[in-house]
Ligand binder design. Structure first.
Ligand SMILES: [Zn+2]
Length: 450
């Protein structure tokens, strides 16, 4: 395939373009450089031969950069690339060896905020399309780019955008914005993301803290909250809220086969965190199954009373806990909230206040969808090997794509596991950028053929 050779011969252009992208800060959390970066991305897409436009929702919302090119040879199938042009804040600045937006190259690495997440990933998609166009004057299937600017702040408006531009965004498959590459240089092909429900529970008993001798009379809100939280799950991690798992279906045989094949070194993992055992003493396959397909109820923080130096005999007036629930497919965050409320009431904790921060459903692409094998065979060809992952243990806005656009979503990319994304000295590996760009070329070809 000539496009692959073209990628080899034009890596210098890919690198310069990536450096330009990194040098344009685009921190969504601070609304820094968002408009400027959107324009830069648009111009990059256009110089690669795509028709591009900036889409808007309303004032104060980061624009989406959209681009499209129709295939002359196969105009019946459309592949979409979902990426984002915004980045995480670069703080703490003093831990960076070079300025965070330098884009400096050192050997096989390009450093800078966004070098991998997600500007590095984005550039591989753009350059793959460019390589096809430059060598054949065509693309193997219709291509669409949807590049948002709010991913790092939780993709707050992606659902609204997908609804508003549903027709424009229609496609037959989505390549997700990132894909991990493990320490052995094997790309991990991800087929799903868990959902998330983030809540705050609080109890306010008295109007102020009191002398702790009054604990004989005044109820302690910290105790009440601990008692309430203690009813949510058992020590094996099973959630005890009524009907919490009602709509969930078990992992399919195919999914189980994939999980079995997935490499997971328990001992290295335990060593990394300095722990001796897993929740519920899980081992082997059960640990892997949990990462892929188990829901969680996690205490993210608990605050009440005095936790400073020395002793203070105080009876706190209030207590607060933040809890994140990871959701698995078919758990509807709205329904789960109602179940949580009913649970607390039925257990006698109606004074516990609930504040909802975030609700997002899980998404999973069926592992037997032909799109999956098209991506896998491309990855195997370029990287020599690849790993299928039924679901990432984390959360992303994949459900909106599956639900609104009805698209199968597969994640594949150049994100080296230890490339310090979201941290100081984030870098992209040039060897992985090259391989991923080639892999995307093959994915487009496989997708167009089938
Ligand atoms: Zn990120």
């Amino acid at each position: 395939m000539n496009a692959l050779k073209h990628v080899d011969n034009h890596m210098d252009v890919l690198i310069t373009d990536l450096q330009k992208l990194i040098q344009q800060p685009s921190v969504s959390a601070k609304n820094e450089g968002i408009e400027e970066c959107a324009k830069l991305v648009k111009s990059l897409l256009e110089s690669s031969g795509l028709k591009s436009e900036i889409l808007r929702l309303k004032k104060g919302v980061a624009p989406i950069v959209f681009a499209e090119i129709k295939s002359k040879s196969n105009p019946h199938k459309t592949l979409m690339f979902y990426n984002h042009y915004d980045v995480q804040p670069a703080e703490p600045f003093d831990l960076w060896n070079d300025p965070p937006f330098s884009g400096i190259r050192k050997g096989n690495k390009i450093f800078g905020r966004g070098s991998t997440d997600d500007k590095g990933e984005l550039i591989t998609r753009i350059k793959a399309v460019e390589a096809c166009l430059a060598t054949t004057g065509d693309v193997p299937c219709n291509i669409k780019f949807l590049i948002e600017g709010e991913e790092e702040t939780g993709s707050t408006h992606i659902e609204e955008y997908l609804k508003k531009y549903k027709k424009k965004f229609s496609n037959d498959g989505v390549i997700w914005e990132f894909g991990y590459v493990d320490a052995k240089n094997r790309p991990i092909i991800g087929l799903g993301m868990k959902g998330l429900l983030y809540v705050e529970l609080s109890v306010k008993e008295s109007i102020r803290d009191a002398h702790s001798s009054l604990a004989v009379l005044i109820k302690n809100p910290a105790w009440r909250l601990i008692e309430a939280v203690n009813t949510l799950r058992n020590s094996d991690g099973k959630i005890l809220i009524k009907d919490w798992y009602k709509e969930v279906s078990p992992l399919s045989k195919n999914d189980l086969k994939i999980i079995q094949k997935e490499p997971f070194d328990e001992n290295v993992f335990k060593k990394e965190f300095g722990i001796k055992s897993f929740v519920g003493n899980k081992r082997g396959l059960n640990a892997k199954k949990a990462l892929v397909g188990e829901a969680t109820c996690n205490i993210a923080g608990f605050v009440s009373g005095y936790t400073g130096d020395g002793a203070k005999t105080v009876l706190p007036g209030s207590a607060l806990v933040k809890i994140d629930f990871r959701l698995i497919p078919n758990m509807d965050p709205k329904k789960q909230v109602i179940r949580l409320k009913n649970h607390l009431k039925s257990k006698g904790f109606s004074e516990v206040k609930i504040k909802i921060y975030h609700g997002e459903a899980a998404a999973r692409t069926n592992s037997s969808n032909p799109f999956v094998s098209q991506v896998k065979s491309a990855a195997d060809q370029i990287f020599g090997n690849s790993i299928l992952n039924v679901s990432n243990a984390g959360t992303g806005p994949m459900y909106s794509f599956v639900d609104i656009l009805k698209s199968p979503c597969v994640s594949i990319g150049s994100t080296y596991m230890f490339s310090r994304i979201h941290s100081p000295n984030e870098f992209a590996r040039i060897d992985l950028l090259k391989k991923t760009t080639k892999c995307i070329c093959l994915i487009m070809e496989n997708f167009g053929k089938n």
